[in-house]
Design a protein around this ligand. Sequence first.
Ligand code: URA
Length: 439
Amino acid sequence: MRPQGVIRRKRDGGELSPREIAFFVHGVVSGAWADYQSSALLMAIFLNGMTESEQQCLTEEMLRSGEVLDFSGVPLAKVDKHSTGGVGDKTSLVLAPLVAACGACVPMISGRGLGHTGGTLDKLEAIKGYRVQLDLKEFREILGRVGFAMMGQTESIAPADKKLYALRDATETVEVIPLIVASIMSKKLAAGLDALALDVKTGTGAFMHDEDKARELARGLVATGKRFGVKTEALLTDMNQPLGRAVGNALEVKECIDILRGDCQDAARPVRDLSVELAARMVALCGAEGSLDAARVKVERALETGEALERLRRNVEAQGGDPRVCDDPARLLDLTLHEVRVESVRAGFVTAIDAAEVGRAVASIGGGRIRMDDSIDPSVGFLADAKIGTEVEAGGALGLLYCRNPADAEEASARIVAAYTVGDEPPRTLPELIKEVIT
Ligand code: URA
């Protein structure tokens, strides 16, 4: 078999056989396929799509390109959550301790932030000393002892995805559903899960702006999870404004700990609500509770009794971080930063927010990465006080920006102001946090 034949078949709109897909994925990992050949096939897939069986086969081959983790030594149901990413999207830090406190375990393999979106690993590293590079033995031990453990992607998990994602990024072939499904699910299925909840975001700060496309992605992810024997559900959720109040790593961790401490500001309410709903679905899906209603009650109790906060404390301690942040979350803040009030130029109602631009403004002052090798300033960020529907005065606060120097502040502040649309009339409807559940 030659790469040219496989490329030709897809270029001409044909269906690839399982052997051809295996040949491609093996060739990507071994280097037998040149990057220009892989890129040509990716573009052909982008233009002509894939059938369900091709997509399933691609997922399976990518999954099998690396190691499938085995946590069978941990005698608890294993469940994880994956979010397609957004701005201020911090639910993992709330829901993992909640699920652990409800008797399931969460082996969470997370990523770093890039562009306008944040990443769980960067948020965790805002806690002084917190280690996200664990070996599998230590990861398993913490998982069994605490109920959740967090680490970065290893080289051995789905190596085909690493190579293919870099090629897709360089050839504008990221946004095609079968390739996204295979990419996400090959990594998630490698974690040896019983159940998986997906948070598929849609809106101005999401990877998928278009709601119908996001729905199609959610359906593809759920169908693929089920085909591989993992109980899978997806929530289609709003990303038309930053989730909660905080954008920026330390500020986001503080918001999560505040929620776990029962100290939830109004602007942070959507983080609490979405985390509780995702956690309840995870607990029910993996069978740690018999029904969704019972799981919701159990999750709320774990939050109210402080049991989830206690799980977080134990995890932070086990992963080398300073557990005192759980008692005094203000320890996460850097009080030497400049605090700048970001002001609306006119009076009216916030009718829209370009959430991605808010994320990029925070990245531009060091809070995120423009390139994968950029370093991060964990302390800087933005507290988004005005949300869609908020009435503001001319000169009234949209939020507070925390940055290292005043020059940064001016540019980032102007970008954030421009990201907010303020109109004369209130918006006719407010965005719905959870738009749909796909089971
Ligand atoms: N996230 C992934 O992991 N893969 C994709 O293809 C897109 C988003």
